[in-house]
Design a protein around this ligand. Sequence first.
Ligand SMILES: *Cc1c(COP(=O)(O)O)cnc(C)c1O
Length: 381
Amino acid sequence: MKRDTRLIHSGQPRRSDDLVNPPIERASTVVAPSTAELYNPTPPRRHYGRGGLSPNTELRDAIAQLYEADHVALAQSGLASVILALRTALPDQPSGLQALITDSAYGPVRRFCDEELPRYGVTPVYYDPRIGADIARLLEQPTAVVLLEAPGSLTFEVQDIAAIARAARDAGAASVIDDTWSAGLLMNPLELGVDYAAQALTKYVGGHSDFLMGAVAARGDAAARLKDKDVLFGGHVSPDDAYLCLRGLRTLSLRIERSGASGLAIARQLEAHPKVSRVLHPGLESHPDHALFNRQFSGSSGCFAFVLDGVDARAGEAIAEALHLFRLGFSWGGYESLILPCDRQIRRTAVPWNAEGALLRLSVGLEDVDDLWADLAQALG
Ligand SMILES: *Cc1c(COP(=O)(O)O)cnc(C)c1O
């Protein structure tokens, strides 16, 4: 079957006389008829809530389908999923190693790398997101893990995922990607050779801005390690949220298609606007990484940014505040359109961020694209 068909039907109960959706099971405790059954159930069955009841297991199966992964771990937020992937990827004796972190990494992930990796004896070293195969040079130093994010948070650089993953593997380092932008749908990092794909399900998969969750997917040896460490670290998500997430997954493909198409239409209109100097959307021919993007991604989601021409950060914020349909807020990937003035958030150490004016990020939602453009046009005016 094609992927969309598999996604629609993944995690459904299999019995022909059952409900079409899985039940929401709220439980810590699963009782057993005897001590022998309690310790050694035959056949093996669920024995405690933390291992995941329904619909948590159905959600994990569905995300495993999406990535064609051997194991998926759920985490209480997207940030927690990237941290779970990084901690899992660290070798058992990480002391004295470096971690190579893309300079475009999501801000809170950067903070984790700066403050927590040194506690494992690991030094974070930031690299140019556009480094490609040249990362081999940095990998000459003993390396625990390489973190990728594509396109990068706020600035939308596209990374050569396959080349970086291959170089990491050749150097004996693990690789982790923050794959929130593609939602696992527009690109499969595991197929491109990355060991651990982490994603904020909060964004596109959830799609309705009403819960937070994350997932990590892996294959082969990495999957076995992920399964083991997930149990060790004690993660768990609420079955109610897992149910909402599974529901979001069923319409993910449709929603991304609409957001992506509207986003690209708005990006083209912005590109032609005299107050805009650059549009940072990898689906545009003008984006410096457009060819690399086309090679690795099957399409665009609706999140991108643009730089105003000679308009400072404060004036950029005033433009964002003049919008009516686009609301001001963190997060993205929901049904509703959002705008975020980004200048206060940018942190760079490997490659400085130089722009002609304020940086604004859009998450284009599911509203009518003509209404969205009218709103942007009046605010820019
Ligand atoms: C939002 C986001 C996260 C974190 O997700 P939360 O669910 O908010 O913790 C991680 N990475 C990227 C790229 C994000 O945009």
